[in-house]
Design a protein around this ligand. Structure first.
Ligand code: GLC
Length: 610
């Protein structure tokens, strides 16, 4: 009997290890036997072409793609097809670009990169998921993986195979405009979600036609910059992170370790500096830590024109960054100059050919791993994938993510949940019926816009109307007026869309229009529920005391129905803060890593329904 049990145990362990082996992605270096013979056939021009990524709408001549052997293109936040933002226009653009690669001697397919940072957010009709700040509050790795899996499917529907995501920044000061792109200020939360996010995009086999190459960004310390250290001495974005190496590693490295363990194929070095040295110029960071110590086997893609910031002399700047370990340069417009200068640097011996070969080896590893080099496998878009694009099934997952991202900050006298049978619910606020505010930055355009930004979504007002009982009346006024006599008021306020440095703010107080709307609604003498649509915690001031309930909804995306699910109690709030909520601006920066930690609400805070 004992022998039988032992044999069963061994068999079980074997099955588990097999499953584990199958679930772990193949190391990218395992493709070197296929890379090496191809590399040996390549000219220097063909190699440098693989290291070049221009902006698709900045190509001086589309034929540059084949004449300069370009290996990748991108669409930055505002780089749309000339025919507009429909799924067809994007797919046709992708196919047009890809067809150029078939006209080259070696026919190495082009990797097309885009910022799919909360869904395929450049494309009309795509499902827009909560930004990372909301996903961080779910503390649900399986859900985050599912969100990125769906994002990958919707990205692939357009043919595009590479997302500049997940952002694994660890913002330490919420005055930064990119706070919402981070899961949390807490490195443990970021590490917990980074791996699942990468697996969501890439799966366990990059050759899967629905896999999308992921990109952990921005390495390293992008979220740790000092206020006022940004260019021009204002703000934080692209500024300087002034900490010792132990602190840098403790706070800002865990997300990358998790991403590398999950097999991330690319990493994007940051615009920002560490103690005055540009991350994109640091051999210690890019080569010694990432590639040698952590064994990262994929390739590094620079940020948008980040190389230009190395030095005034562009050619010198290229040499600095490539020699530091940068493998592919995001050179939106100066790509011809970049190619000429990099070739000259090699000819002059200032960039060793071995460095070029290492960079191209890393890039080709990824392309072989993705099945892009498989003979007979079309690299054009598979339009059959489009049948699930923006589907109800996808939207249901986004709705779940919205529900689980909500954090209940206050709920006096059990104001929430609101009864579906309420006689009248008066809704107010600039973001109650505004899909663009709900989605935030990186939505259809780089900065995002207020208003009816994309089809297929549900505003919070519409969701409330969808949910209430037949007898209930729902009225609305953006300024909150007219609430007198209603059973309850629901006020949806917060921030308008922004992205990157445009979101750096020295003051996070609620906008006057929001305070005015609050006073209007409050003057009606009814219970008032405040829902915050924002990319970060805001200074609530009098609103916190005077509101009967406060719900942080962050930037939930298109599926506002998820807010109604919790508002009316069909689901209970489960979200936990992933950022500290400051009492006042005087407290900033305040985070779990602060020496003194006394915020209004701590990381992990979140009320439940009693
Ligand atoms: C931007 C961002 C980066 C993005 C890249 C391409 O400036 O810093 O996150 O992936 O450019 O759009």
């Amino acid at each position: 009997m004992k022998l039988r049990l032992a044999m069963l145990a061994v068999a079980g362990l074997g099955a588990f290890l097999m499953a584990l082996a199958q679930s772990a992605p193949k190391p990218l270096s395992s493709f070197d036997p296929q890379v090496k013979p191809l590399l040996a056939r390549m000219t220097l021009e063909e190699k440098i072409g693989q290291m070049t990524q221009p902006e698709q709408d900045a190509l001086k001549d589309p034929a540059d793609l084949e004449n300069l052997f370009i290996g990748s293109v991108l669409s930055g936040g505002n780089s749309d097809p000339k025919e507009g933002n429909s799924l067809k226009a994007w797919t046709d653009l992708y196919d047009r670009i890809q067809q150029h690669s078939t006209k080259t001697r070696l026919r190495i397919p082009i990797l097309y990169g885009i910022d799919a940072v909360h869904g395929h957010n450049n494309v009309l009709g795509a499902v827009i998921f909560p930004h990372h700040i909301g996903l961080g509050c779910t503390r649900n790795p399986a859900l985050v993986e599912k969100v990125e899996r769906i994002t990958a499917e919707e990205v692939r529907a357009s043919g595009i195979q590479w997302a500049f995501a997940p952002c694994v920044t660890v913002p330490q000061d919420i005055r930064w405009g990119r706070t919402y792109e981070g899961f949390s200020e807490d490195p443990k939360v970021v590490a917990e979600l980074a791996g699942p996010a990468v697996r969501g995009f890439q799966g366990t086999d990059l050759a899967n036609p629905l896999a999308v190459l992921a990109c952990a960004k921005h390495f390293i310390g992008d979220g740790g910059t000092a206020f006022g250290s940004a260019r021009g001495g204002r703000g934080l974005d692209q500024g300087d992170t002034r900490v010792d190496e132990t602190t840098l590693r403790r706070i800002h490295l865990p997300g990358y370790i998790a991403a590398i363990q999950a097999g991330v194929g690319t990493i994007m070095p940051s615009y920002s500096s560490w103690n005055g040295v540009k991350s994109s110029a640091s051999k210690h960071l890019l080569t010694e830590i990432l590639k040698q110590e952590l064994g990262f086997q994929g390739f590094l893609i620079s940020d948008y024109n980040a190389i230009d910031q190395m030095t005034r002399d562009y050619k010198e700047a290229i040499g600095i960054s490539i020699n530091a370990g940068m493998d592919m340069a995001m050179v939106p417009t100066r790509y011809r100059e970049y190619i000429t200068d990099l070739k000259a640097l090699v000819d002059e011996g200032k960039v060793p050919l071995a460095r070029i070969d290492d960079a191209v080896t890393r890039i080709l590893r990824v392309k072989f791993a993705m099945g892009m080099m498989d003979q007979g496998r079309s690299q054009l878009a598979d339009r059959g994938v489009q049948k699930t694009f923006g589907s109800p099934e996808h939207r249901q997952v986004a709705r779940q993510a919205v529900r689980e991202s909500l954090v209940l900050l206050k709920n006096d006298r059990k104001t929430l949940p609101v009864s579906k049978g309420a006689a009248r619910i008066h809704v107010g606020g600039k973001s109650a019926d505004d899909l663009g505010n709900q989605c935030g930055g990186w939505t259809i355009s780089w900065q995002g816009t207020s208003g009816d930004v994309t089809p297929g979504g549900t505003t919070i007002l519409a969701a409330i109307r969808n949910t209430v009982g037949k007898g209930a009346q729902v009225t609305f006024s953006k300024d909150g007026a007219g609430a007198a006599g209603a059973t309850v008021g629901v006020l949806v306020i917060g921030e308008r869309p922004y992205a990157e440095g445009n979101g750096d703010r020295a003051d996070l107080a609620l906008a006057k229009e929001d305070l005015d709307a609050f006073h209007n609604m409050k003057s009606a003498g009814i219970p008032v529920v405040v829902i915050l649509i924002s990319g970060r915690p805001l200074i609530l001031g009098e609103v916190l005391d005077a509101a009967d309930a406060v719900l942080a909804a962050w930037l939930p995306g298109t599926e506002g129905q998820g807010v109604a699910d919790v508002l009316f109690g069909d689901y209970r709030p489960t979200g936990k803060l992933s950022y500290s909520w400051p009492r006042s601006m005087a407290q900033l920066p305040v985070n779990v890593n602060s020496a003194t930690y006394d915020p209004l609400f701590k990381v992990g805070y979140g009320l439940k329904y009693e």
